[in-house]
Ligand binder design. Structure first.
Ligand SMILES: Cc1cc2nc3c(=O)[nH]c(=O)nc-3n(C[C@H](O)[C@H](O)[C@H](O)COP(=O)(O)OP(=O)(O)OC[C@H]3O[C@@H](n4cnc5c(N)ncnc54)[C@H](O)[C@@H]3O)c2cc1C
Length: 475
């Protein structure tokens, strides 16, 4: 189906990928309606606005959004500079949202609570493909309106759905009851949230770059408030992998994070435990008592606050009446999932992918951006921009452009597949040995990856191999 400008295309979420989707649709003469639950564009990013990104500006500004901005007096930030989250909002997303084309497309304080097919519950097949989507929208006053859409692009991210503490994916005993002392995400320990952490005993849980960010901020706080105590618990024992990218990371700021954390650990400044499994949290008069199994065996200790940075998961409730084809492990579109599943590899990026890999049984519905990666942790904005470029081309009927997916991503410097997973192919090398390599797990490659040689892409390929330098499989 081709779309004309009279057909409504709903974009859910005005984060960087939703804004990019809108710009690409507009560039093709289509008319998006962007529904954002926050009061501004980049509402999710603003919640981690103090965090410095590891991607420089040239990986953050989307090409079609730039086209719109260049028609205004917008000054493009230094392409090599590293913005904070809030700078992305202030210097890129807000100016973009004020361009005439996007200004009229975005509605704020409109939360999408459900998407369905008109007159068709999930189980209803007859005539399903011919009907429009219904998008149920809640305003801040609680009223719900329903609009129809010929296509829906869900770019709502995952920030609102953090993973709980339990290794089984559920809250541990005492987690729900002690929410007043538990924060999910990346609090601003050196700024507005300082009073919560200065001089307190803080348990940081998580094994990604966000956890490093939090732990390093708390160490800085310790310099001015020496009684601040930091315990960092990684739920698995993958510390080396996390810190290992270092100088080989093509995003130097991301590598620097690992290097700084390693220095702090070596200097004995960070009390790190890996693995670390919280079993129970109990409120006591002097704080929170934590029962855990750590590398030292069963332990009980006390903290004042817990910061949980254990990743995010997609909100699939609002999509319950749609026919989606999602992977049962990472909850990403089925074809994409094996390429980003952290159980299979740690490359941090994927071969370029577009509308084909993002398609579902219900046509013209796409999950894009951070949410497209489901529970997988390694999403980069650039990946999302290429996704929506391809999706917009497809909706506009430009199938050649939609199929021609291309993306160059920086490498992490750490890239491995899971040795224990024999099905993952030939990349069975320790991370340190494969700093210059890319690996993609041995999975059937989708037909729509024309730039990837299928024989090579199922195996390890080196930096010198010309195809991966273009398709960039280690982000
Ligand atoms: C701390 C941190 C650092 C990161 N650093 C980098 C980096 O350096 N480089 C990089 O490339 N990527 C980075 N990422 C990953 C990723 O690129 C960002 O998370 C990015 O913001 C994802 O964009 P998005 O548009 O998909 O989702 P989001 O930015 O999360 O935007 C989603 C939008 O949808 C809105 N929304 C949510 N639910 C609804 C609903 N039901 N109805 C209406 N609106 C809704 C939200 O309010 C939000 O505005 C980082 C992520 C985090 C958390």
């Amino acid at each position: 189906m081709n779309f004309d400008e009279n057909k409504t295309i709903v974009v859910i979420g005005a984060g960087p990928v939703g804004i990019s989707a809108a710009a690409h649709l507009i560039s093709r003469g289509l008319t998006p309606i962007v529904l954002e639950k926050g009061i501004s564009v980049g509402a999710a990013i603003s919640q981690w606005g103090h965090v410095k990104l590891f991607s420089p500006w040239n990986y953050i500004v989307d090409t079609q959004v730039r086209v719109l901005l260049q028609k205004t007096d917008w000054q493009e930030p230094d392409k090599k500079g590293l913005p904070t989250g809030q700078e992305i909002v202030d210097q890129y997303l807000i100016p973009a949202s004020l361009t005439p084309q996007l200004y009229q497309a975005i509605s704020y304080e409109k939360e999408v609570i459900a998407v369905s097919k008109q007159g068709h519950a999930k189980s209803s097949s007859n005539g399903r493909n011919g009907v429009e989507y219904t998008v149920h929208i809640r305003s801040t006053d609680g009223t719900v309106e329903i609009i129809k859409a010929a296509a829906v692009i869900d770019a709502s991210g995952t920030w609102s759905n953090p993973n709980p503490i339990g290794l089984d994916g559920l809250p541990v005993s005492g987690e729900r009851e002690n929410q007043d002392a538990i924060v999910y995400g990346i609090p601003y320990a050196l700024g507005k949230d300082k009073a919560d952490y200065a001089g307190n005993r803080v348990l940081v849980l998580g094994g990604g770059h966000s956890a490093i960010n939090v732990a390093l901020d708390l160490l800085k706080l310790q310099r001015s408030h020496s009684d601040t105590k930091v315990i960092w618990g990684l739920r698995t024992n993958k510390l080396e992998k996390l810190l290992g990218g270092g100088i080989n990371d093509e995003l130097p700021a991301r590598g620097d994070l690992g290097i700084a954390a390693k220095k702090a650990i070596d200097a004995g400044l960070l009390d790190v435990h890996a693995p670390f499994e919280v079993k129970r949290i109990t409120k006591v008069t002097t704080g929170l008592s934590i029962e855990a199994i750590t590398d030292n065996g069963q332990t009980t200790f006390e903290v004042d606050r817990i910061i949980v940075t254990t990743g995010f998961r997609p909100d699939l409730n609002m999509l319950r009446e749609l026919r989606l084809e999602l992977d049962s492990i990472v909850e990403a579109p089925k074809v994409l999932a094996p390429l980003i599943d952290p159980n299979l590899h740690s490359c941090g990026s994927v071969p370029p992918h577009g509308f084909r890999e993002l398609s579902h049984p219900d046509e013209n519905f796409y999950i894009v951006g951070m949410k497209a990666y489901g529970r997988a942790p390694t999403f980069l904005m650039l990946t999302g921009y290429e996704q929506v470029r391809s999706v917009a081309a497809q909706l506009a009927g430009d199938h050649e452009s939609a199929n021609r997916v291309e993306l160059i991503l920086p490498k992490t410097g750490v890239c491995s597949t899971n040795k224990s997973n024999s099905g993952s192919g030939c990349c069975e090398i320790e991370p340190e040995e494969i700093n210059s390599s890319c690996c993609i797990p041995k999975v059937p490659m989708p037909a729509a990856l024309p730039l990837v040689d299928k024989a090579e892409s199922a195996c390890c390929v080196t930096k010198s191999t010309p195809i991966p330098s273009k398709t960039s499989c280690c982000g």
